[in-house]
Design a protein around this ligand. Sequence first.
Ligand code: 4AD
Ligand code: MG
Length: 448
Amino acid sequence: MDTASQEKTMPILPEGFPPAVRIKDLKAHVGQEVSLQGWLYNMRSKGKLAFLQVRDGSGICQCVAFQGDLPPEVFEAAKSATQETALIVHGAVRGDERAPGGAEVGIKGLKIMHLSREYPIGPKEHGPDFLLTNRHLWLRSRKQAAIARVRAQVKRAINDFFDGDGFIQVDAPIFTPSACEGTTNLFELDYFDEGKAYLTQSGQLYMEAAAMALGKVYCFGPTFRAERSKTRRHLTEFWMVEPEVAYCDLSGVMDLAERFVCAIVRHCLNHCAADLKELERDTAKLEKVLSPFPRVSYDEAAAILKRKGVEFTYGDDFGAPQEVAVAEEYDRPVMVHRFPADVKAFYMKRDPADGTKALCVDVLAPEGYGEIIGGGQRADDLTYLVDQLAKHKLPQAAFEWYLDLRRYGSVPHGGFGLGVERTTSWICGIEHIRETIAFPRMLYRIYP
Ligand code: 4AD
Ligand code: MG
C-alpha cells in the first residue's frame, strides 16, 4: 500500500513551509498548500512569470512563479535557478488536466538548497558513451527514472508471485567453488588457502539442494558472466530469479514459467501506467501477454527457421537471429523446449523419448527481445550425472555435495532462471539492457 497518507513526509523544511508531499500524490492535494522537495529539471521564464519543472524522483511537476505574488528576492531566486538546483517549493496545488501529473503548483515560497553549476547533461542529444560515463547523473533524467521505477515493480512482482505461491526465498552464495553454466565465462578469484573460487553464474545448484529441503524455493540476486559478448542483451553482472521445485517435470516448469511471466506483465500494466507512457511503450502489445503461450519443440522451431530461410545449422543452440525469427511468429512469449542435449548444460535431464534431446525450455519474449527465461527438468540419476560431469570436464570432487542430492531421496525436479534486465527492457520497450540497471557492468565499462 503506497497511498500518500501512509508515507512519511521528508522532515527537512524551512520555517513556515507546509508539510511536504511527493509529486506522484499531488492530485490528492488539489486546493491545499504543500511543499515539494526536489530539483529543478527545466525552467522557462516569460516577463512576470517563471515556469519551473520540478522533479522529486516520483514525478515532475510544473511550478509557476508569478512576480506579483512573491517578494522580489524569491521571484529572482526562482528565475535564476539552474538545471538540477536543489530546491524546496511552497505553494498551492491546482488541478490541471493538461499537466502531466494532473496538477500544478502556484509558488508562494521557495528555498534554494544548493545551486547546481553547469550540469553536464543538457537537453541536447548526448552519445551513449558520454551518458554512461555520467550514469550517476543520467539516472536523474525522466526516461531513466521511469525505467528504474518499472524495474523496481518487476522485482516486486517477482517477489509477490513466488511469496504468494508457497515458495520460500533462499539466498544462494555469490562465491562458489565450481561452475554451473559452463567454464568459459567464469570470473575467477583467489579464495584464501582454498584456492580458486568464482563469482556465481547461477544459484540453481544450491536451489536444487534447498528444494529437497523445502519443496518450492527461489533465489533472487546478482549473477556474473565473464561474457566477451558486446551485444545489447548481455551484461557481465545481471540479476536473476531462480525458482526450483521438487516433484516437478518439464511440463510443470513450463506451466510455472507461463503463469509467472503473465503475472509480471499484468503487475507492470497495473502499477506502471505513467512510466510506460513516459517511455512511449505500446502497452497494447503487453496486454496480449496471456495464457496459454505457444509451446514448440526445438525441431518445430528448426522447421520454422528453415521455412523462413534463416541461417541455422540443425543441432546448434539458438543465437539472437534465430530467437527473433521464431518469436516473430507469435504475439506473446513462445516456449521452445527440448534442445539438443549436447549444446546445453551438464545438469539437464535427457528426454526419455529421444535421448539426443534435453528436457529444457527457453522462453522467448516477443518483439525481438529474445530469451528471457532458461530452465528445465534436472538430471535426477546419479550414474548419469557422474558421467555428465566427466563429459563436461568438471571436477567431480567439487560436485560431491550436488551428487548427494541424487543419493538421498532423489526426485524429479526442475526450475528456471529469469533475467531481470532482459525482462525489464522488454516491458519498457527499450533497445539496450544497459539502461535497465542503475550501474551496468559491461565488457568495456566498470565506471562509475
Ligand atoms: O539461460 P541461463 O544461462 O540459465 C541459467 O543460468 C540456469 N541455471 C537458470 C536455472 O535454471 N535456474 O540464464 C537464465 C536467464 C536468461 O534467460 C537471461 O534472461 C538471463 O538469465 N541472462 C542474462 N541477462 C543479461 N546478461 C547476460 N549475460 C545474461 N545471461 C543470462
Ligand atoms: Mg539460456
